[in-house]
Design a binder for this molecule. Structure first.
Ligand SMILES: Nc1ncnc2[nH]cnc12
Ligand SMILES: [Zn+2]
Length: 320
C-alpha cells in the first residue's frame, strides 16, 4: 500500500452521513432533507454548501468535534495515511453554538486520540468563508492571530469563489501572515485562471486549494511551476461538482507534466463519494500514475505541509 498524506480536507466535510445521522438522533433533529438512503442530497455547489452547513450544525460540543476528528483521522490512518491537514471554520462552530476555543480544543483532543491510536500526525488550518465577505474573514483571522494554538499552523479561505475579489481579503491574510501562520487559499475551482493569479498577487499563498483551472492560462502554469506554488488537487471533488465533465478532461496530468507541484486530497470525502484512498486509486487508473508517481504526491504533500522542520523530517523518514 502506498503511504499517503493529504493537505486539503474540511473537517465538517469529513463527517459521514452515518455520523451525522447519529448526531441528529442524539439532538432530536430531522435530517431527512439532507440525507437520503445514507447519502447526502445536493445538486450543485450552492446546494452542496447548504447541505454541508446543515450537517455541521449537528456538531455542538467539544466532545462532538473530538469524535469527528478522531473518527476521520483514524479512518485515514487505516488507509495508510501518515499525515492530514484539515480546514477548520470558527464560523461553523459559532453557528452551532460552540465557542471557537471549545471547537479547537475538541478537535485537538480528537487529533491526540487518533495519533495515540494510529500514529497519524495532523494539523489544522483556520479558515474564513469567502461568501461571508471581508469582515467575516478578517474576524476569523483576528481570532486565530489573537488565540494561537500549536496545532493550528495555517490560515486559508474556503467558500464561494464566485463572490468578492481576492484583493478584498488582503487585510485578513496580512493579519494571519503577521501572526506566523502559513497561507493557502481556495482559487481556480469555480472560477478560472484570473482568480488564481489575483489570489497569488494579493494574498501571497504558499499553496492554492484546487488551482486546477490555472490550466486555462499557460503563462500562469509557468508561473506556478517557477514559484513552486503547490496545488492541493482534489480530483473526485472536481468531478462531483462538475468542474470537469470526466477524469479524461482533468488537468492534473498536464499540470504535473508542466512542472507544477501537485498533491492529492479528498476535500469533503463523503459528500463527494470519495476517500483519500479512492483519490490515489483514481490517479492510478485515470491518470496512469504508478506507485512511484503516487509516492511523489505524498512527498509533495509532506514537503508542503504546514509543520515544523523536525515533524517534516520525521514524516519524510516514514515514506520509505
Ligand atoms: N470544494 C470547496 N470549495 C470551496 N469551499 C468549500 N468548503 C467545503 N468544500 C469546499
Ligand atoms: Zn476545499
Amino acid at each position: 500500500m502506498v503511504v499517503k498524506a493529504e493537505i486539503h480536507c474540511h473537517i465538517e466535510g469529513a463527517a459521514s452521513p452515518a455520523l451525522v445521522e447519529a448526531q441528529a438522533k442524539k439532538y432530536g433533529v430531522d435530517v431527512s432533507a439532507i440525507i437520503r438512503d445514507g447519502s447526502y442530497v445536493w445538486s450543485d455547489f450552492t446546494s452542496f454548501l447548504r447541505c454541508y452547513d446543515v450537517a455541521s450544525m449537528l456538531f455542538r460540543t467539544e466532545e462532538d468535534y473530538a469524535l469527528l476528528a478522531e473518527t476521520y483521522l483514524s479512518e485515514l490512518a487505516a488507509q495508510g495515511t501518515i499525515y492530514s491537514e484539515f480546514f477548520i471554520s470558527t464560523d461553523h462552530a459559532v453557528n452551532a453554538g460552540l465557542t471557537p476555543a471549545a471547537y479547537i480544543s475538541g478537535l485537538a483532543e480528537g487529533m491526540r486520540r487518533a495519533r495515540e491510536g494510529t500514529g497519524i500526525e495532523s494539523r489544522m488550518i483556520a479558515t474564513g468563508l469567502r461568501h461571508e465577505g471581508p469582515e467575516g474573514v478578517e474576524r476569523a483571522a483576528r481570532y486565530i492571530a489573537a488565540n494561537p494554538h500549536p496545532l493550528v499552523t495555517g490560515f486559508g479561505m474556503a467558500g464561494d469563489e464566485r463572490m468578492h475579489e481576492p484583493r478584498d481579503f488582503a487585510k485578513a491574510f496580512d493579519i494571519a501572515r503577521d501572526a506566523g501562520l502559513a497561507i493557502t487559499v481556495h482559487a481556480g475551482e469555480l472560477v478560472g485562471a484570473e482568480s488564481v493569479r489575483e489570489a497569488l498577487d494579493h494574498l501571497v499563498p504558499a499553496r492554492i486549494g484546487h488551482g486546477v483551472r490555472a490550466i486555462e492560462d499557460p503563462a500562469l502554469v509557468e508561473r506556478l511551476a517557477a514559484e513552486g506554488i503547490v496545488l492541493e488537487v482534489c480530483p473526485g471533488s472536481n468531478i462531483a461538482l462538475s468542474v470537469y465533465p470526466s477524469y479524461a478532461e482533468h488537468p492534473l496530468p498536464r499540470l504535473r507534466a508542466a512542472g507544477v507541484k501537485v498533491t492529492l486530497s479528498s476535500d469533503d470525502p463523503p459528500f463527494f463519494h470519495t476517500s483519500l484512498a479512492q483519490e490515489y486509486e483514481t490517479a492510478r487508473t485515470h491518470f496512469g500514475m504508478d506507485d512511484a508517481a503516487l509516492l511523489e504526491m505524498t512527498r509533495n504533500s509532506v514537503e508542503a505541509a504546514f509543520v515544523d522542520d523536525a515533524t517534516r523530517a520525521a514524516l519524510l523518514a516514514r515514506l520509505g
